[in-house]
Each structure stands twice: as C-alpha cells, then as structure tokens.
Design a protein around this ligand. Structure first.
Ligand SMILES: [Zn+2]
Length: 734
C-alpha cells in the first residue's frame, strides 16, 4: 500500500511538472549540464527585491503605449502542407499574446486580477540581413539543414541542433519554434516515447543564448482546434520573461520570495497539486496572508480559456530580468526596432476603449487607443445623428452637446507606413438625463439594469443581475420582492470586479448649508468558510470573502471617489458571518437572505452637493465566496435640525455657564464644582436611550462622549443637578 501511494505521488509530481509545459523538467537538465546557470538564476531572484515600484493596482483604463518591444521570429518546422502553419494562424496568436500581455480592455486578455505589463512581442518584418520578412520562416524537416527522418521532434536529443541550424541571432530576435510533434523522454536516459503530451517548453533568460526561446508542438499552437492551443505561447513567453510556475518551489518557507513562483503577490501552490482545473483549493497555508490558490494565472495549468492574468509582482520579476543583464536585455533596446522592423517599424493593429463607458451631455468622455505597433498617427472619427467629431491624439477627450449613440472609428498608422482601422458601431453612449431627488431604486421593475443605469463588466463574464424570490421568508429587503445580486458563489474567479452604476442624479439645487444629501442602501451577504477534509492538500479551513465598494462621481462617471467599503466578515449580515461547508460545497451553502437578514447604511453626500450629474457606483469584487445582494437604494435630502456649528446654550442655570453638542460629544462649562450630576438622553418618543449618574465634577470644561450606536435623528439631553433640570436638543448622525 505504501509503495503504491509512493508511486501515485511520484506520478502526480511528474504530471505537475510535465503536465503540458516542459519548462521545469528541462530546466533541470540544463542545470545539470551548465551548473554556472544556477548562479545567474539566484542573482535574478535577488534582483526582484529592487524592482517593486510598479503600481500594485492599476486603473481600469490607461493611456500608455508599450514600454518594451521584444522582436520575435517564428520558425515553422513542417513535413508537408498539412502541418505548414499559415501566417494567419501566427498572426492570430500574436494578437492573443498582445491582448494578454497588455490587458487590452474588451478582449479576453482583460481581467481585474491582472496588470498591463507594457511589454509588446513584435513579429519581425526584417530578417538578420535587413531583407523583408513576414516574421514566419518555414523549414522542411526532411531537407537541409534539419535532415530529420521523422516529424517527431525529441526534446532531449534534438533541441540544441535544431536551434543551431535554424535560429536567428538571439541578441536581436526571440526565437519561437513550432515543431510537428513534440516528444519527450518519460525519464532521464529513456527514449522520446511521450509525444504530444507536453505542449511546449521555454528557457529562462539566464540560460545559454543558443537555446533561448520557446518550442511548441504544432497541435498546441493557435488555430489547431485542439485544447491548449490558445495560450501555450503566452505561458511559455512568461518563462522567457523568467516567470516560474506557481507550484515551482511548492509551499516552501514563510518567505514568499522562496515559495511557489518566488513572487509575493501570487499565492504558492503545493508541488504535487498543480492546478489542472479551477476549483476552491488552498494547497499552501503558510503564506501570509494565507490566500487560496489563484490558479487562473497564465503560469498555472488550468485550461487556456480559464486563464486570466499576470500579477503585478510577476511583471516586477520580468522587469528585473529585462534590466538584469540577461538574454532579454539586448532584445528590448529601442535601436533594435528599426533593425528588426518591429514596434513602430512593424505590424500594426488598432484597439480602443472608452471611459466612462456611458457618459453625459456636457461631461467629459475619453477614448483610449491600446493599439499594437506604436502608432504615431491617430485618426478618430466619431459619427452621430446630429453631431460628428474628429481628433488625432492617442487618448482624446470630448464633451458632447447632443444625447446619442455614436459610432467610433480609429485609424492608426506607424512609421512602417502600415495602417489599421477599427470601427465600433453605436458604441459611445451619451445620455441627457439627470434625475431629481428623491431617487429610489428597489429593483421591482422587470427591466435590469433599470432605465438610465448601466452595468460595467469589462471582462464580459458574470455580473450584476436582478433576483426575485417569491417564497417568503427568502426575499429582498423589507416587503419588496426583488433585489440586485452578484452570485459570487458561482463566480469561479477571484478579484473580478463588477459595477452597477445609477442614473445621473441632479444635485445642483442643493447648495444651502442646512440641506444635506444622503444615500441609504440595504445589503445582505454571507461569506463562505470551506474546510477540505482530504489529505492532499492537507485539511485546512479557508474563508472565501468578497467585497462591496461604493463610489460617487460628480462628473457623470469620469472620476470617482470611494465613499464606503466593506469586505468579508465586516460585510456579512448573518449571525455566523460565514456559511460553513466541510468536505464538499453543497448547494445549501449558497446564501439567499431572509427578508430580515439585511443591514442599511447611510452615507452623507455633502461633497457632491451642487453637481448636476452625480452617479453612484456599487462595485463588487469577487473572492469566490458567497452571494451579495443590494436593495432599497434611496438618495434624498434632509434638513439639519441642529446647525453644523456648535451653538452655546445660555441656560441661566446656576451651575452651567454654557453647554453644547459637537461631533458626538457634550461639552459642559461649569461655574462651580458639583457633587452629583445626572445626564440622560431620550429619543423622539421619550424613551431613555442613555444615562450617566452621580458624577462629581470640578469647575471649568468637561466632556462626555454621547452614545454612537443610535439611529440617525433628533435626541433630547437632560442635565440635572442640585434640583435644577435643563434640556438640550441635538442631532445624531452615525
Ligand atoms: Zn510552464
């Protein structure tokens, strides 16, 4: 039994390492033959300490062109027309690589979990002799210089000879080889009998120059129709940028630079539990803070369509490699762009997005070009029914005077003279709406999102929806039937963000100091506590917690201020905070609120008074925890009963000189010492809500903190001593 278990562990270890990427196994061979490379790798690990000034959180959209360009050449090794990969497939792959590395909005490369690396891989248009090339070079395997006898390529015996025979100058080009069938040896010294099991492999930029680059089996390259054919190159290019698998070092020590992939913002993964599928698991519990595995990383092993991101820390590590005198360092030199016909001298492709996604008449909206190929000419043409606009900068801002849905066309051109055009028909929405207060939204209407409001869901996966519960007691807040919800329980994603944004509200009439504007909303939430009971990974309890943030914009959504945020157990509205699931995660762990499992919060919107287009944004951030509901959103006004500034109460009392309430405190100025002072507070119904008894005080000022945990409203303070009673009204706002 023990031997059998040992065999299973050894097999799963091999699978984790060689599941589809041969990087780790081959790195071991390389290090055996070239021990000096180990030192270079250690130096690279150390270099990350010095490169950590990138912003951890990036804005939704950014006006940035690629910072680094890496020239690339793709060598296609083929036997006959059936495996002669056409240029169109290489181009499709290059677009996916660009979208993923640049986190291009409105593409599959966009995810809130990740960052824009600002790195652009660019297919060469000039060969090493300066002659034009498509960037794709074809090599017939039966002919010189290869002279292979079979389409099977053996990683262990043919790697270096193939690269020596075909590779372009590795100080000018990153070489990519597509081989008809990629075969590997199942163990050291064995022959290459495992074919089409490993999808590709790549070398670190600390390896030998002649070997540097990526090798991919043709079945695993873009457009083959096989699984793993979308992002094998994205993953292998990550290795070329010095990124490890998240399970490389396993759980390791408590130092995050020595665990997992040696990057601190990616949770480590146990070596024998590589993530082949997206599931709730936390294979390493010694990371701090202890985070569940985030297996959607491009460097993990989940299916290509499930992968979403590189983290900020991974890009820091890539930058350390780029700057660290590695094989990447010469490749990013700007002078190389003209020599290799890349970046601004190479291929071009137009991409753009708009922010805010829905704008208002008279308020700014900006278009952002994310185009590949570093254009120097931008031509924007915006066409509406009554109003047309043009611009010629990368990220132009506009203010429209007519409500409409505009068609946007972008034409880009770079120094090579190449052009590309992208048209998005009826893309830019300009509203001419500003609702008066009070604004109420209970999601009872059948239209969702409600009219004039919208949903921002840049990754185009799951998002806000309207939910209706007809059977009491499960329901919305109070007596209403419906609410808006995020089904985080079913998200299968961490860090995904989804916003529901209210219609523009007109707060311009409210400028008087005594008129206050407030937002009230109700929410219901439970987190999820999952305890796996198996042995691999070892039993561990993990809290899966989500977040709700409220932002307010005074300019119809162009800029936002965060006004409220709660997450996890602080957001939870059930007595036990989290719903527990042990062993498995049954459907009953899915949170659905009773009508009384709701909490209402109030936010003052004083800072936004006077603005004509105020929008409120409810943004949920997934921790793959449990369902979140919002309901009964009200924006209205109220008059302060007590002025904002303290007013001194001249009581005429024999012992009080003055008394006033300011910011939750009662200030008493006493003429003389008192042996026994009694204080009480009463609500509007005359019910005593607070009391202090028998205080002895000396003359001068004394301060009392008034109770905080009261609902907002007017209260009466009763001050009693030496047979005299005095009262004082005050307004309590939480
Ligand atoms: Zn890999």
């Amino acid at each position: 039994m023990k031997r059998y278990l040992g065999y299973v562990l050894a097999l799963s270890r091999l699978l984790a390492q060689e599941g589809w990427c041969g990087f780790q196994g081959y790195e071991e061979i390389l290090l055996r033959e070239n021990p000096e490379i180990q030192l270079r790798k250690v130096l690279l690990d150390q270099a990350q300490y010095f490169i950590s000034h990138r912003k951890a959180q990036q804005e939704n959209v950014r006006c940035i062109t690629s910072h680094y360009v890496i020239p690339m050449v793709v060598h296609v090794i083929y036997s006959d027309a059936s495996n002669m990969i056409p240029f169109e497939r290489v181009w499709g792959q290059m677009l996916r690589v660009f979208e993923d590395f640049r986190r291009v909005p409105e593409t599959q490369g966009y995810s809130n979990a990740g960052v824009d690396s600002e790195i652009e891989f660019s297919l060469a248009t000039k060969d090493p002799n300066g002659r034009p090339t498509t960037g794709v070079v074809y090599w017939r395997l039966y002919q010189p210089p290869l002279n292979w006898s079979s389409p099977n390529f053996c990683r262990e015996t043919q790697d270096e000879s193939m690269k020596r025979a075909t590779g372009w100058d590795p100080s000018k080009y990153l070489n990519i080889w597509i081989v008809p069938r990629l075969c590997v040896a199942p163990s050291q010294g064995a022959s290459c009998t495992n074919c089409n099991t490993v999808a590709g492999y790549a070398y670190f930029p600390t390896s030998r120059a002649v070997l540097f680059g990526t090798v991919i089996g043709a079945d695993f390259f873009w457009g083959s129709g096989q699984p793993r054919s979308d992002r094998t190159l994205v993953h292998e290019l990550g290795h070329n940028l010095a990124l490890y698998h998240p399970f490389n070092e396993g759980c390791g020590s408590t130092n995050c630079l020595n665990t997992g992939d040696k990057v601190c913002d990616t949770p480590p993964t146990n070596q024998i539990d590589g993530n082949f599928a997206v599931r709730r698991q936390n294979t390493c519990t010694n990371d701090s803070p202890d985070m569940p595995d985030n297996m959607r990383n491009y460097m993990d092993y989940v299916p290509d369509a499930e992968m979403t991101h590189f983290t900020s820390g991974q890009i820091d590590r890539a930058y350390a490699a780029i700057h660290g005198n590695t094989l990447l360092t010469p490749l990013v030199q700007p002078t190389l762009r003209q020599i290799t016909g890349t970046g601004p001298y190479g291929y071009i492709k137009a991409y753009f997005t708009a922010w805010p996604p829905v704008a208002c008449v008279g308020q700014p909206v900006r278009l952002y070009s994310y185009s590949m190929g570093m254009p120097h000419i931008y031509q924007w043409i915006i066409t509406g029914r009554r109003e047309n606009r043009t611009a010629n900068t990368q990220c132009p801002a506009f203010t429209f005077s007519q409500p409409d849905t505009y068609t946007v066309r972008l034409v880009v051109e770079n120094l090579s003279g190449r052009r590309d055009t992208l048209t998005k028909t009826k893309y830019l929405i300009i509203q001419d709406t500003a609702l008066r207060l009070p604004y109420r939204e209970s999601f009872e209407g059948s239209t969702f999102p409600p009219v004039h409001s919208y949903i921002y869901n840049p990754d185009q996966r799951q998002t806000w929806h309207r939910t209706t519960n007809f059977i009491p007691p499960h329901g919305a807040y109070g007596r209403s039937r419906s609410s808006a919800a995020l089904r985080f329980f079913d998200y299968n994603h961490y860090h995904e963000k989804d916003s529901w944004i209210t219609p523009p509200l007109n707060l311009s009439p409210y400028t008087q100091p005594e008129v206050q504007v407030r937002l009230r909303f109700s929410y219901a939430y439970a987190c999820l506590t999952y305890e796996n009971t198996g042995t691999s990974p070892p039993a561990h309890r993990t809290h899966y917690e989500d977040e709700l943030t409220v932002y307010v914009s005074a300019d119809c959504g162009n800029t936002w201020q965060r006004v409220w945020q709660k997450a996890g157990r602080a957001l939870a509205t059930i007595p036990n905070l989290c719903i527990q699931a042990i062993g498995g995660i049954p459907n009953t762990a899915r949170f659905s609120p009773d009508s009384n499992r709701w909490r209402t919060d109030t936010i003052l919107l004083s800072a936004f008074k006077g603005s004509s287009h105020v929008r409120i944004r409810f943004e949920g951030t997934s921790g793959w925890g449990n369902n979140l509901f919002i309901d009964s959103i009200v924006v209205d006004t109220f008059h302060r009963l007590m002025p904002a500034h303290p007013v001194y109460l001249s009581t005429g009392a024999s012992f009080i000189e003055k008394a006033y309430v300011h910011e939750g405190k009662l200030y008493l100025h006493l003429h003389k010492s008192l042996l026994s002072l009694n204080l009480s507070a009463y609500d509007i119904f005359g019910k005593e809500v607070w009391r202090l008894r028998d205080y002895s005080l000396s003359p001068g000022e004394c301060t009392f903190s008034l109770p905080e945990a009261l609902t907002e409203g007017v209260y009466l303070l009763r001050i009693e001593s030496e047979g005299e009673i005095h009262t004082l009204r005050y307004w309590h706002s939480p």
